[in-house]
Write a protein of this length. Structure first.
Length: 613
């Protein structure tokens, strides 16, 4: 056994036990065996973790003090060693007693001189940091961005419902675009034949109880009124058509009698011509439609054939429609809608039972609502390239405003004047008739001043879209904005009463919309780039439903929105670790019976295993 001194050794110049030790005690084999057997408890750690055995001091053990004056051999020099009278153990070894025996007081990091060391297990656990807002800022809606004819009622509805005015404004624009359809087109260049149909695809994005649906319903009332009047007229035309059919049947009967006599007289060719000329009867009147809701592509194609000016598809929840189009077996339907966005492309499909249906101009505007948690997985396909054919990018009027934080009781009647102007704007577009060109529609171009403004903006947007640092999905979105901006400029000019050219006032408003919509597009595509933060928020919100510690696959199996893939779960867990909510644990293969796995424990909380995170 190694002892700190040999018998008879002069200890007068020994170490000062009141000062920090400058040596390390090295335990012998027996002592190590006791440590390994757990004799000294869990306070004793091993040297592999960077710990050393601290020598006893009089502060930690008063009995450890041994002054030179207490040693009977210190002041008596002798040529021969004195007799060793200290007690010995039965085996003959020196009994060191409690004063000098290696005292297992715990393995701690060796302290620096004159400093108080606080072991790591006693340091306070840092508080988890709040997860930051994952959404980039968006521009606020300004009422001056709308023509006066619709501005007042948009703001009136938003104030009474205490909803973001962005919702009412976008629904109004998409509804007006659906009514305008192909009545008037725009050619954004002075000499080129590039023609834009002013279709508009919009999405109002917000959480539950943000008044998306009520705002949509209120702003669509004038369109429903147009359809109601058209239905009344159609019923009267149907009655008249039935009478015409009966008269035609009588006339056809008389013509057959006359033709039969001609044939008997040998005038066969004359009979053929007579029957052909006497055939009469008009086709059955079709019901004029503007709004469609949940129609199959085949039925929608027939409605477009009956209403060549175009239609407006209204969906209270867009996620179902988009999710359906993303299915592998619905790719033909997807192609149909991609063409319908352009508004000037023909489409032909053949179906058993319906025959061949050809649509000269697929023209469709779209408006609907969707929640943030449902838009993120849909946008993710566009960002990652799994569904990057431009369907999501066609939602050019997608708005995702900040929720309104305040609320107050509002109970007043709608403003009758602004409501009348708003309804009149729809009626004027519905009845609009301008001289048509070869394509069967009227076409306007920009005025000189407006053209210069549009060219300047086009140069900026094209340069930005082709930048190396811009994601491909956003590039595609920006490259579709010229159609949107020129269509908005045309719509605003017509609402202001213009019919000759698109002026600079309407163009300036459209360019303001371009800047505004670009910020909302940034927020839209951030739903995937910041998906880890959204997933982290959801896990944090529902952590009571999870075990502690929890494994990634246990979260994945829940199938929560935005956490449906292992990559999404891993991204969310990384965020929670970075912000101090979770700590990562390595589960030994001896425990799991397979490969080592990872688990995650909530920091500062006692887990199901009784351990503190």
């Amino acid at each position: 056994m190694n002892m700190p001194f040999e018998p008879g050794e002069d200890l007068s110049d020994g170490p000062d036990l009141d000062s920090p030790p400058d040596y390390e005690q090295v335990p012998d084999d027996a002592y190590l065996a006791d440590v390994e057997s757990g004799m000294f408890g869990d306070d004793l750690n091993n040297a592999e973790q960077g710990y050393e055995h601290a020598a006893p001091t009089k502060e930690s053990d008063p009995s450890a003090e041994l002054a030179a004056s207490d040693d009977p051999f210190a002041d008596e020099p002798s040529t021969a060693p004195p007799a060793d009278t200290r007690p010995r153990l039965p085996n003959g070894e020196l009994d060191m007693g409690p004063a000098l025996a290696p005292k297992p007081i715990g393995l701690i990091k060796k302290p620096a001189p004159n400093r108080h060391y606080v072991p790591e297990f006693l340091e306070p656990i840092p508080e988890p940091r709040p997860i930051p807002d994952s959404l980039p800022p968006v521009s606020a809606f300004e009422s001056e961005m709308l023509p006066e004819s619709i501005r007042g009622y948009v703001m009136d509805v938003s104030q009474r419902m205490q909803a973001a005015p962005d919702y009412a404004a976008v629904v109004a624009i998409c509804a007006l675009s659906g009514v305008l359809g192909r009545k008037v087109l725009i050619r954004p260049k002075q000499h080129d034949d590039w023609t834009v149909t002013p279709t508009a695809w919009g999405a109002v994005i917000g959480g539950p109880s943000t008044m998306k649906s009520p705002s949509m319903a209120e702003m669509l009332r004038p369109v429903h009124s147009i359809e109601a009047r058209a239905a009344t007229e159609w019923k009267e035309r149907i009655k008249l058509h039935k009478a015409e059919v009966e008269v035609a049947e009588i006339g056809n009967g008389l013509a057959k009698v006359a033709a039969k006599k001609m044939i008997q007289d040998g005038r066969k060719e004359e009979a053929i011509m007579y029957l052909a000329a006497s055939e009469c009867g008009e086709e059955e009147p079709t019901l004029q439609r503007v709004i469609v809701n949940d129609a199959s592509v085949e039925a929608l194609g027939e409605r477009m054939q009956e209403n060549p000016n175009g239609l407006l598809m209204v969906r209270d929840e867009l996620s179902g429609w988009i999710s359906t189009l993303m299915q592998e077996d619905r790719q033909p339907d997807r192609a149909f809608f991609l063409e319908a966005f352009n508004g000037n492309s023909s489409f032909t499909y053949d179906r058993i039972g319906r025959g061949t249906v050809r649509i000269e101009n697929c023209t469709l505007s779209v408006i609907g609502g969707i929640q943030p948690s449902k838009i993120a997985p849909l946008v993710r396909g566009a960002v990652r390239g799994t569904a990057d054919d431009g369907l999501i990018q066609r939602l050019q009027l997608a708005v995702w405003p900040d929720p309104i934080k305040s609320w107050q009781w509002v109970d007043r009647a709608p403003d009758p004047q602004s409501h009348a102007r708003y309804c009149d704007a729809f009626d004027r577009l519905h009845a609009l008739e301008l001289p048509v060109e070869e394509e069967g529609s009227a076409c306007l171009r920009f005025s000189t001043d407006a053209q210069a403004m549009f060219i300047e903006w086009m140069e900026e947007i094209q340069t930005a879209a082709r930048g190396d640092d811009m994601p491909e999905a956003m590039q595609s979105h920006l490259l579709k904005m010229p159609k949107t901006v020129s269509g908005l400029a045309l719509l605003f000019e017509l609402l202001d009463g213009g019919t000759e050219s698109v002026g600079k006032v309407a163009t300036a408003r459209a360019l303001d919309w371009a800047d505004y919509l670009r910020t909302h597009a940034n927020r839209l595509y951030s739903a995937t780039t910041h998906g880890g933060i959204e997933g982290a928020r959801l896990i944090l919100k529902r952590k009571a439903k999870l075990p502690n510690p929890v494994k990634a696959r246990e979260i994945h199996r829940r199938g929560w929105s935005g956490l449906s893939t292992p990559e999404e779960v891993a991204s969310a867990l990384e965020v929670l670790i970075d912000y101090g909510h979770l700590m990562e644990l390595e589960v030994d293969s001896a425990v799991t019976g397979g490969r080592p796995t990872k688990a995650y424990r909530w920091i500062g909380e006692v887990g199901n295993d009784g351990q503190m995170g």
